[in-house]
Design a protein around this ligand. Structure first.
Ligand SMILES: [Zn+2]
Length: 135
């Protein structure tokens, strides 16, 4: 997967795609099909087949996320969501509760500049720093 950009969580459980992203990837006013894959949302341009989670990216770049997804992924207003391009569409991944170093989830996380570090990696980092200090 290729990282594209960050998208921001707007009020009422919507994500906001920048004009640049919409233009570059032809998402302007497109209907997309959403599915939940683990802690990510898979998004692909709808191709005529009607599914439960069909949504439209409106002219302002807003996309509403189904409430059943939102309950599981725990995205909140003003969170930054990572947007990736895969072989068959796009992936949206919240970086909250995912360690930036080891990708683990479900551990105690420390936020640093909008990213999260798990206790294990934080200890590793602090340990190395501690060892490097001359006494
Ligand atoms: Zn970690």
């Amino acid at each position: 997967m290729k990282f594209l950009d960050f998208v921001k969580v707007a009020p009422n459980g919507r994500v906001l795609f920048s004009k640049n992203i919409r233009k570059t990837h032809q998402l302007e006013s497109k209907q997309v099909e959403l599915s939940l894959e683990g802690s990510m949302i898979h998004m692909q341009i709808a191709q005529g087949n009607i599914t439960e989670h069909l949504r439209t990216i409106n002219y302002q770049g807003r996309l509403s996320i189904p409430i059943s997804f939102r309950k599981k992924i725990n995205w909140e207003y003003q969170d930054y969501i990572e947007m990736y391009k895969g072989v068959n569409g796009f992936y949206l991944r919240g970086n909250k509760n995912i360690c930036i170093f080891c990708d683990r989830t479900g551990l105690e996380m420390t936020p640093v500049y909008g990213k999260y570090i798990c206790d294990h990696c934080l200890q590793t980092a602090l340990g190395k720093k501690y060892l490097m200090q001359p006494f």
